[in-house]
Structure formats: C-alpha cells, structure tokens
Design a protein around this ligand. Sequence first.
Ligand SMILES: Cc1cc2nc3c(=O)[nH]c(=O)nc-3n(C[C@H](O)[C@H](O)[C@H](O)COP(=O)(O)OP(=O)(O)OC[C@H]3O[C@@H](n4cnc5c(N)ncnc54)[C@H](O)[C@@H]3O)c2cc1C
Length: 106
Amino acid sequence: MYKSKKPYHYGTGRRKSSVARVHLFPNGTGSITINGGTVTITGGLGAEGDGNRIVVGPDMMTSIPGLYAAGDCTGGLLQVAKAVYEGAMAGSEAAKALRKGGFYGG
Ligand SMILES: Cc1cc2nc3c(=O)[nH]c(=O)nc-3n(C[C@H](O)[C@H](O)[C@H](O)COP(=O)(O)OP(=O)(O)OC[C@H]3O[C@@H](n4cnc5c(N)ncnc54)[C@H](O)[C@@H]3O)c2cc1C
C-alpha cells in the first residue's frame, strides 16, 4: 500500500450513505472528499476571522460554504459544554445542508 513520506492528518466521517474524508498537510493544503467529489485545499482555509476567533453563523458555518467551526476557536466561553454543543450543532446543520443538495450545487 502507498504511504506518503510527508506527515499529514486524516479523518473520516460517515452518516447513512454519506462519507467524508479529510486529508490535511501541516501547511494547510490537502483535500476534502465527500461521496467521491473532491475539493482541493491549496492554501490556508481562509475563513473569515475576528482577532483570534473564527467567525461563524448561528449554524456554525464559517464564511466558506460547507466549512464549519466549533469550540474554543469560535471565541466566547472556553468550556467543554460549549464546544460539544457547537460540534453537535455544526454536524446536524451540515447534514441538513447536504440533504438539501450540498454546498456546491452537488
Ligand atoms: C488547563 C485547562 C483546564 C480546563 N478546564 C476546564 C474545565 O474544568 N471545564 C471546562 O468546561 N473546560 C475546561 N477547559 C477548557 C476546555 O478544555 C476547552 O474549552 C475545550 O477543550 C475546547 O474544545 P475544542 O474541541 O474547541 O478544542 P480542543 O479540546 O483544544 O481540541 C483542539 C484539538 O485540535 C488539535 N489541533 C490544534 N491545532 C491543530 C492543527 N494545526 N492541526 C491538527 N490538529 C490541531 C489539538 O491538538 C486538539 O486536539 C480547560 C482548559 C485548559 C487548558
């Protein structure tokens, strides 16, 4: 099996018939594949920030469609309960958006 010589972070998420795979190198490049469709990340993700926090809407989506943030990186209370709530909110809102047709007309 092929093994990359560069260190990278890899994650997989699954819900019903949808599978998302995230493959990120430490310099912020990589790819996100959702059900076989791949978005290549060519640099830092570039979501809008405010000071040291990432700006999100009430559904936890950042300024980049389909990119969600949750927890300490969104600012406010730095508590586990808030991070878990926001993570759950981001997950369920992402699933809702995917059921409605996704973020890139897919
Ligand atoms: C000493 C201490 C005590 C605390 N005590 C409490 C408490 O009693 N009760 C409470 O509710 N909260 C407490 N907190 C706050 C709580 O830990 C955080 O609010 C919570 O962990 C935030 O969750 P998170 O998922 O946003 O971030 P984190 O739990 O910090 O998770 C972020 C993860 O991202 C990883 N990461 C960072 N950068 C990168 C990168 N570039 N690439 C890949 N991975 C990366 C980190 O290694 C980490 O695993 C405490 C915090 C500290 C520091």
